[in-house]
Design a protein around this ligand. Structure first.
Ligand code: ADP
Ligand code: MG
Length: 299
């Protein structure tokens, strides 16, 4: 696994406001991460810090295993953290051309990126004629011009109508499917559920949960299982059990999501009867979903 970004005990205080509180998490290549938290929870501040536009109070962050200076690393990052700002009387293509000149990147990718965000047909329309959703899509195209390793978006669907929201989410999913790592901040649980594979939940700058989205939202809980040997057999037998839903491997641990609620004893004897002796079995009930729904519904 390749670590794109690592935050360690990051802290930011604005006077008496503790905007980011001892925040640590890692971003691995190829995943789609959401920073999920209600308004004012420190999402934008966190993005500002890692993009060098906000000064941290303490703690560390490092890009690409610390092999590059932040300045060099940020050349491999595409980010939209403010409302898109382009020249109103210039066309989509002209605006992107100007950005290429400013950033010192080749303009050869402009058409490709316009196609990625479904604006190629509108490339010769003036920016001022664009809907908010189209403006946001043009901003995404501009952030992709240098083929970044990671795309960072702050509340990418804020203010858009349902159709615009749907389009942006589809485009993000498409970009992720091409292997680009994505980090997005959102206060919407359903957005993170739809778009992200991983999530860091924060409130008042404090991390409440980090891990896979499907584990956070698995309502019947899940099992963590390990065997000393014979993992393929474990996977095979697990899939035969009617209460087991999705089974994935995370590092050395097998995570089995439950489609109906069964006990540890039940799964343990089932596996034992099928010739499997576990070296580790834990049942987890990800109750954060309700906790988070309460959080996000109250802002
Ligand atoms: P989010 O993006 O999750 O909505 P922010 O990172 O914007 O949250 O804000 C986190 C906290 O820090 C809030 O209480 C906010 O009012 C405060 N804050 C953000 N920016 C500043 C600033 N420039 N000066 C003072 N307080 C700020
Ligand atoms: Mg914000």
């Amino acid at each position: 696994m390749e670590t794109i970004l690592s935050l360690k005990n990051l802290d930011k205080k604005y006077g008496a406001v503790h905007a980011v509180n001892n925040l640590s998490f890692d971003i691995q290549k190829g995943n789609v991460y959401g920073i999920l938290g209600p308004n004012g929870s420190g999402k934008s501040t966190t993005l500002g810090i890692i993009l060098n536009v906000v000064n941290r109070t303490s703690g560390e962050f490092s890009w690409f295993n610390g092999n590059l200076s932040t300045h060099e690393a940020l050349k491999k990052v595409g980010a939209i953290i403010e409302r898109p700002n382009f020249y109103p009387y210039m066309t989509a293509s002209q605006n992107l051309n100007l950005i290429c000149t400013i950033k010192g990147v080749s303009p050869e990718k402009i058409d490709e990126k316009l196609k990625t965000v479904n604006l190629y047909e509108r490339r010769n329309s003036k920016f001022k004629t664009f809907s908010l959703g189209m403006k946001q899509r043009l901003a995404i195209a501009s952030a992709l011009l240098n083929d970044p390793e990671i795309l960072i978006l702050d509340e990418p669907t804020n203010g858009l109508d349902p159709q615009g929201i749907h389009e942006i989410r589809q485009i993000i999913q498409h970009i992720a499917s091409t292997g680009t790592t994505i980090l997005l901040a959102s206060h919407l649980l359903d957005e993170v559920e739809k778009v992200c594979s991983h999530v860091v939940v924060i409130r008042k700058g404090i991390k409440l949960y980090s891990g896979r989205v499907d584990e956070m939202t698995a309502s019947n809980g899940l099992f963590e299982l390990k065997v000393d040997s014979g993992e393929p057999k474990l996977l095979e037998v697990l899939e035969k059990h009617p209460a087991i839903g999705k089974v994935i491997k995370e590092h050395e641990t097998i995570i089995a999501t439950l489609s109906t609620n069964i006990s540890s004893t039940e799964i343990n004897s089932f596996l034992f009867e099928n010739g499997i002796t576990l070296s580790h079995l834990v049942k987890r009930k990800p109750s954060l979903e309700q906790q988070f729904l309460d959080l996000t519904n109250n802002n």
